[in-house]
Design a protein around this ligand. Sequence first.
Ligand code: FAD
Ligand code: NAD
Length: 462
Amino acid sequence: PGPQLPFDPTKKNVVVLGSGWGATSFLKSVDTSDYNIIVVSPRNFFLFTPLLPSVAVGTLNPKSILQPIRYLTRHKERQVTVIEAEATAVDPIKKTVTFHDDSEVQGEVSATTVPFDYLIYAVGAETQTFGIPGVKEHACFMKEIQDAEIMKRRFMDCVESAGFPGQSETEIKRLLHMVVVGGGPTGIEVSGELHDFLEDDLKSWYPELSDNIKITLVEALPSVLPMFSKELINYTESTFKESKIDILTGTMVKEVKDKSVVLQMPDKTISEVPVGMVVWAGGNKPRNVTVDLMSKLPDAQKNKRGLSIDDHLRMAGADGTIFALGDCTFSSYAPTAQVASQQGAYLARVFSQIAKRDRIASEIATAQAENRDVTTLQKQLEKAEKLRPFHYSHQGSLAYIGSEKAIADLVVFNQKFATGGVATFLFWRSAYLSTLFSLRNRVLVANDWLKVKLFGRDLARE
Ligand code: FAD
Ligand code: NAD
């Protein structure tokens, strides 16, 4: 038989679900000497989400922002098991996780259940569509690497079809109308990147079509980017105006059809607009496995927007054995990479302390069996049992808005300041270059940026 789990029965089993921001930050810092660590995730890599919209327009190569998770785990002191599978059920009472290999190729065994002593639950979220008709069928998304690749293909297909001989002007205008839904940072960044692609590349490669291209950003709330300061919202709106990106605020998408979107305008009238491509960036909602887990502890898990956790990231109602972090949780923190990665690093520290606590407790048991004095050990145990709550330190918010401009709400020495423009764009690039997962990613991304500067974006439709 293949590898058996757990591999060292004397150590506690820690199952980590996910290979995103929260899980990898935990794995980077955790001391593996005290635990059997098993990582389960349907994708065997980490995805650097902040640069995903750049992949969608061909500025970056998809591989440049991915890093296989084994790259991280193989450097750990003790073996870490990595399993490419999707967790389908967590039993918080029996303390087991069931997972399936849902990939195209499966062996004779493709589903199993493993026990855990501790669970690090970091499965992220999926895109919220509010059940709006046609979104799943006709829109592109911007969450996973495949989404960026699908968007790029779709977008280029619209451009090539618009160039087909004999196409009417109305049809050209429809094919070249790109609608982005959601004025949060994802929607803003996608619109900005799309604009750059049109401006820098399509104008010179498809001059006959470029005048017909139109980008519209639709947002249901009265303003875009509610998490940014007012002056940066104004700056983004004026930059979009200069870039000829229409912003429709107070406007709700009611349906997405094959060739149009149905909008409810601020005055409640309904308008059907022809489109070539719709990109849906409508926010987050919990995954099915999370909803299922919450339903097993109904008294403690009442918030439908995600797992409720305490100050130590313990899932409410789960007797301290399940820790949850990142986008799958609902807390006072925003669902951002910054929060998830700080939570992962915090949990790695908590696990060192738990290991220390367990070591002292077993020393006490041995000492007591040998009738030795345990006063000092008891004091050490009391200290080790005091877990500090998670404390989030906000470093600021950054977003790219197109035309080589970015916006940043920064916190420096506890002072907040807002900045936007080309210098902020250079800061945005250097900040993300330095936070990329590995040196390999940094070299690849820098190389992609240089390639685009020299030769333009890649227009091949794979
Ligand atoms: P994720 O990073 O989404 O990881 C979830 C992991 O769980 C994945 O590996 C997934 O494959 C795995 N998984 C899914 N289902 C299962 C299952 N059933 N069983 C096991 N594993 C499962 N935040 C910022 O702070 N700054 C930014 O600039 C920024 N830019 C962004 C740009 C885009 C386009 C997007 C979409 C998001 C951006 N975010 C940004 C938000 C940030 O990406 C998320 O907050 C962050 O990814 C949350 O981390 P996480 O670990 O909770 O989830
Ligand atoms: P979001 O929740 O921030 O924004 C989604 C927007 O879509 C909302 O403003 C909502 O009103 C709108 N919307 C939903 N349904 C609609 C409809 N039918 N019609 C019109 N508008 C509709 O989602 P996001 O932008 O994907 O961001 C998710 C999280 O990731 C946030 O916490 C964000 O801060 C983070 N993020 C950060 C960055 C960054 O810092 N640069 C980039 C991307 C995402």
